[in-house]
Design a protein around this ligand. Structure first.
Ligand code: PMP
Length: 417
């Protein structure tokens, strides 16, 4: 499979050989690195991609959810051109940041006030630090398999070799009793509980509403701050997954598509929490209100990703996942697609999955095979098996994926027994 992959991508192979001389591992973003070398893309149009060897793809990686608008959303491009004409580095406050802030505060039920950063990682780091200031405590509770950024990553087995210096207690996702007990037993020490309402990079595993509700109650009883990391899940409705579930945190972090495809992060929440930034806590950042992210974000969230667009995309994703699971079931394959709305991850195991697990070598091998077979069929998914739909997609585009899955299950039937 790898040989076939390499044979169709001589230019990507050559580019990688050059890259490793100046970029450790040949990249500046670990998630894009895989053996034997990653496919390099040349351009995108709508929901389609073209690599530097001329191979075309349906883009189901969707920039790991930041590519919600596809590659050529005209309203966003027009806003960016307008912003560029007015100058890039004004070193001043302007109308744009409060415009985007108003849009987001009105969309997310738990966000009274908001501040911008350049990435989801930064948004989470600062939200957690804010919780420490507000509570006067230092410990945070997070979940195994949770991902809150490059420095805030909690693998299921072992630990990340690079981590933010927060004292962390890890709990198991969807484990109500264990989590509530952990919060209670350290109640006086906990500044914040940070949780993704659906684990994103941890495998698109949704939280059970009862779990989130119990965590919310225990967190408040402990006098700690509940942070929903909605960097990935905010696309589930106009006001995020919190709105869909009707469970509200004290603080919410955002990122990815909210900046219309530009670098972006944000954290917001209750006024009394956010107020610390009006007085005692500084939060700086040269590019926090950069004109490109602000302009693209206003167009994206104000005009393009409307409530109706969010609902349609959610429905498209639900229908796709149902089809993928029906196809996999019919083939009797140990394969299921977990997720919610427009996000899904392929898991090569049977049975209910309600928390992340240590992947077996066989599952990993099947996942790799699936990835390369999808690329061969012109379907670009994340190497970890995640798919993220984008607004330009129609049901017709997605038949390419369902057909590719049917082929995969057919040609690889013997390996899947
Ligand atoms: N939180 C979650 C849930 C994420 O999925 C990610 C990125 N994959 C981040 C935070 C970090 O965002 P960024 O990559 O913009 O730093």
């Amino acid at each position: 499979v790898r040989e076939r992959y390499a044979a169709k991508r001589p230019n990507s192979a050559a580019l990688h050989c050059q890259a490793v001389k100046v970029l450790p591992g040949g990249n500046t973003r670990t998630v894009l690195a895989y053996e034997p070398f990653p496919t390099a893309m040349a351009r995108g149009d709508g929901c389609r991609l073209l690599d530097i060897d001329g191979n075309a793809y349906l883009d189901l990686c969707g920039e790991y959810t930041a590519g919600l608008f596809g590659h050529t959303e005209r309203r966003i491009h027009a806003a960016l051109h307008d912003a560029m004409e007015r100058g890039l580095s004004l070193a001043a406050v302007g109308e744009a940041e409060q415009h985007l802030a108003r849009i987001l505060c009105s969309r997310f039920p738990s966000i009274d006030m908001i501040r911008f950063t350049n990435s989801g990682t930064e948004a989470n780091l600062i939200a957690l630090s804010a919780a420490q200031v507000v509570t006067g405590r230092s410990r945070i509770i997070a979940f195994r398999g949770g991902y809150h950024g490059s420095l805030l990553y909690y693998p299921v087995t072992g630990s990340s070799p690079i981590a933010a210096p927060f004292p962390v207690t890890l709990c198991n996702y969807n484990d109500i009793d264990g989590t509530v007990a952990a919060i209670r037993s350290a109640a006086g020490e906990i500044a914040a509980v940070i949780v993704e309402p659906m684990l994103g990079s941890g495998g698109c595993i949704p939280a059970e509403p009862a779990f989130l509700a119990a965590v919310a109650e225990a967190t408040r009883a402990a006098g700690a701050i509940l942070i929903f990391d909605e960097v990935m899940t905010s696309r589930m409705s106009q006001g995020g997954l919190q709105e869909r579930l009707g469970i509200l945190p004290d603080m919410t972090t955002l990122g990815k598509y909210v900046g219309g495809g530009m670098s972006f992060g944000a954290f917001g929440g209750r006024q009394d929490v956010m107020d610390i930034f009006a007085s005692k806590v500084p939060h700086a950042g040269t590019f926090n209100n950069n004109v490109m992210s602000m302009a693209a974000g206003i167009a994206a969230m104000g005009e393009v990703f409307t409530a109706a667009a969010a609902a349609n995309l959610f429905a498209l994703g639900e229908s796709l996942r149902e089809q993928l699971n029906t196809i996999s079931d019919k083939a009797g394959a140990p394969l299921q697609f977990c997720g919610l709305g427009s996000l899904a991850t392929a898991h090569f195991r049977r049975g209910r999955i309600d928390r992340p697990y240590a992947i077996t070598p066989r599952e990993e091998a099947l996942k790799e095979l699936f990835f390369f077979d999808m690329l061969d069929a012109g379907v670009y998914i994340a190497r970890r098996g995640m798919t993220a739909l984008s607004l330009p997609m129609t049901e017709r585009d997605l038949t390419q994926f369902t057909a590719a899955l049917e082929d995969f299950l057919d040609t690889r039937a013997a390996l899947l027994q």
